[in-house]
Design a protein around this ligand. Sequence first.
Ligand code: HEC
Length: 179
Amino acid sequence: MRTNFAGLALAVGMGLIIILLGVGTLSMAGLVSIMPAEFYEAEEQQPADEGPVIPRDRVSVASTYIPASTAEAAAIISGDALFKANCAQCHAVYQQVVGPKLADIDKRRPMPWIVSWVQNSAKVIASGDEYGVKLYNENGKQQMPSFGLSRKEIEDIIAWIKVQPESAPAIHIEAVAAN
Ligand code: HEC
């Protein structure tokens, strides 16, 4: 009886070890759960490998305007930087500053005119361009500087102007970049 009891205890012990090993292996393979739920949730919150993590306060404006393509997003990002570096000292989108407000400029003037104007407004005025001469006179004959910007760069500035909302802060470019 004594040997039988010891044999039984050994068999049960071995059985338990095998079961534990089995559950452990399945658990590692993700097939059964022996971890508390919070542990999984914490794991899921880790950022997926999908590019940079954008702080929440930078994301809000993405709902204001969502570019139709990556190319458009890139144009707006570039236009934002170019506008701030070259134009913002004299222009705003919705207010007259030194120069006129630039909202709807793409509806007032064709793109080739805008490009010529930004590259060399004096030349446009000197050519006798009716709109340009009138604008120049109406603005106290203040000469806008010439900019060595490419057609693409000027188009980017216009792309940025076009998506500026009137009653909200300027679109956060970081949000656009995230898409
Ligand atoms: C130093 C001031 C100054 C800067 C900088 C400046 N502008 Fe101007 N801009 C003017 C003035 C003044 C006018 C009005 C026309 C004039 O007096 O020649 C004007 C007119 C314009 C117009 C025509 C507006 C209309 O209503 O038809 C456009 C377009 C324009 N600017 C674009 C730009 C862009 C784009 C930049 C930046 C790359 C820029 N400007 C930088 C002063 C400036």
